[in-house]
Design a protein around this ligand. Structure first.
Ligand SMILES: [Zn+2]
Length: 587
């Protein structure tokens, strides 16, 4: 039971927390001022101290060097004390046994910080063994340059020990560098310590500056987490030290660690400025769902077009011109880096309208290979009578030709662009290629959109399982569609900001009764209002991600809502909002 720490906000593995001391601390934070060490058991027998609510008391500990044999560790293990004040326990990353504390300090941090793979292994090992609603603390390792990456990996607390030691050695730290004071002609900082003539600045000032720089970076990191934009920052900032880049790439390889913790939708934009963007969870998850859950329901030819800078694509001038030439006779799928391919039914679905990329017209080999692999998988899964590739030379055409050459794809490709895709001749070629093809109706378009979103959101074949066997009505103007049964019962609403469905109670009933995979939160016998708190959760589906639509069931109530944390975290946590509640019915 964690009484003194609560996670308030999440951005992947990074989180905003509150350490509830007499004066509460917002994490990720520097904890020097609140940590009180009861001391090591190596040099004395120690009693559990009389702690208080003003500080985080480190329980007596016995830290062992990394790699200590398990029998030796067991022989020296400390029993956790039942305390009524905030505590932190010292554990080793390779044997992080929970001890009922509010925070855990990894004893071997200075051994793995600085090494990409070792860092990744240590953090994941600790995070998987320790309760989700406790704070993870690394002592003696934080610098202004590495602290953003520490937070990105899931670290909640650090201290200024290392920054102070470096200051005393006349090493001047910034978020991008570590310089010898003697080598600096100017002080590139506006903290109070740096507001003096360069030659008056001494080691004491350097210590003060280093701590101020660490604090400033922590403020920046917290703001980034609140905005859901820490990853964008990391992709650029980590370039300043190779081990940092190695470390976040190591985490990219541990897809499930980050995926479990990454929201399925948010309002902030993804800035796609580096090749590492291709590997971030939101991009990989969209591509994975489009190629394993989405199914094309149109009988028309596939028309491949380039994406537009403006989102959603259908609002752009170029796509308006494509639309005029196609006129509902083709299924218009956009090709884009870094998203891959975007069917029109999913053009609003996060992150398809939430990214901004650097438009140079030049594609890197990584981008080409990524988009080609998504298009290849897409075409293996979906049937089309023909493919019309309305794409420009350079990049786009190269990608389509690679896919066309795949022996498993037995389709005729026609290329309709001469020069630029919006040139009059190109548009005339496009219209001509579709001559004689039948138009699909608005009704077909709306129904297919709803089903495609259900497939994407809930799982393969969910669209037909949920909405296939009834006469559904869509009311409202795209993109504000409402889904109703023939009798007028509303089942769901399409939320235009994220391109996802929000269920009503009738929709929740139907979801549970259907063959579609459900995401369920089992609660105790109470009627939730507004939200379900984690202590009230009895069980939750493993595959629930932050932002997922969920049904909430208990002996006293049935409800629908949106998850605020992952399923495993709901079960594991004793604090915090597990899910918001949109509609509730008493039982
Ligand atoms: Zn300064």
């Amino acid at each position: 039971m964690t009484e003194y720490f609560e996670v308030l906000d999440r951005d992947g593995a990074a989180r905003i927390g509150e350490l509830r001391l007499t004066e509460s601390v917002t994490t990720p934070a520097r904890l020097d001022d609140v940590l009180v060490d009861s001391g090591s058991l190596w040099n004395a027998d120690r009693e559990v101290p009389d702690g208080d609510d003003e500080s985080l008391t480190i329980l007596p500990h016995r830290s062992l060097p990394a790699g200590t044999r398990e029998e030796v560790q067991d022989a020296f293990s400390t029993d956790h004390a039942d305390t009524e004040f905030p505590t932190a326990a010292v554990v080793a990353s390779d044997d992080p046994t929970p001890q009922g504390a509010d925070a855990y300090i990894l004893s071997d941090a200075s051994g793995f910080v600085g090494h990409g793979e070792g860092f990744k292994d240590a953090i994941i090992s600790a995070k998987e063994a320790l309760p989700a609603d406790t704070a993870l603390v690394l002592s003696g390792v934080a610098t202004p340059r590495n602290v953003a990456l520490l937070a990105y990996a899931g670290v909640d607390g650090v201290d200024a020990k290392l920054a102070k030691v470096k200051g005393s050695q006349a090493k001047y730290l910034t978020s991008d560098d570590e310089a010898f004071l003697a080598d600096l002609d100017e002080l590139p900082c506006s903290c109070p310590a740096c507001q003096q003539p360069r030659d008056a600045f001494d080691r004491e000032d350097c210590i003060e500056h280093n701590v101020a720089a660490l604090d400033a970076e922590l403020r920046r990191v917290r703001e980034r987490i609140r905005a859901g934009r820490l990853r964008d920052y990391i992709e650029g900032q980590a370039r300043h030290d190779n081990w940092l880049t190695a470390a976040f790439r190591e985490f990219d390889d541990q897809y499930s660690y980050l995926e479990t913790r990454t929201p399925v939708m948010r309002t902030s934009e993804i800035s796609a400025a580096t090749s590492d963007t291709l590997r971030r969870v939101e991009i990989q998850r969209f591509a994975e769902r489009v190629t394993s859950r989405y199914r094309n329901r149109f009988d028309n030819p596939l028309v491949l077009v380039p994406c537009s800078a403006r989102k959603p694509y259908s609002d752009s001038q170029s796509h308006g011109q494509f639309h005029d030439a196609i006129g509902y006779r083709g299924h218009t799928v956009s090709m884009t880096s870094p998203i891959g391919v975007v069917p029109p039914e999913l053009e609003l679905t996060y992150p398809a309208q939430h990214y901004d990329s650097v438009v140079t017209g030049r594609w890197s080999e990584d981008e080409k290979e990524f988009v080609a692999s998504v298009l290849r998988q897409y075409l293996r899964r979906n049937d089309y009578p023909r493919v019309v590739a309305h794409v420009p030379d350079h990049g786009y055409r190269d990608i389509v030709e690679r896919v066309e050459a795949d022996p498993e794809i037995d389709l005729d490709f026609e290329y309709t662009v001469k020069g630029h895709p919006t040139d009059t001749d190109s548009l005339a070629n496009l219209a001509g290629a579709l001559e004689g093809e039948l138009k699909f109706s608005k009704r077909e378009r709306q129904h297919n959109t709803i089903k495609a979103i259900a497939d994407y959101q809930f799982g393969d074949a969910a669209g037909d399982a949920l909405f296939g066997d009834i006469e559904i009505q869509t009311t409202g103007r795209y993109p504000k569609l409402q889904i109703r049964t023939d009798d007028g019962d509303q089942l769901a609403t399409m939320v235009p900001q994220y391109g996802l469905l929000a269920m009503t109670l009738a929709g929740g009933d139907r979801w549970l009764a259907s063959d579609a995979p459900t995401k369920t939160v089992d609660i105790e016998g109470f009627v939730p209002h507004g939200s379900v708190l984690a202590p009230g959760v009895v069980d939750a589906s493993d595959d629930i991600r932050p932002g997922d639509e969920v049904v909430i069931e208990g002996s006293a109530a049935f409800a629908v809502g949106r998850a605020e944390m992952s399923g495993p975290e709901m079960v594991d946590s004793t604090r915090g909002v597990a899910s918001t509640v949109r509609h509730v019915r008493e039982r």
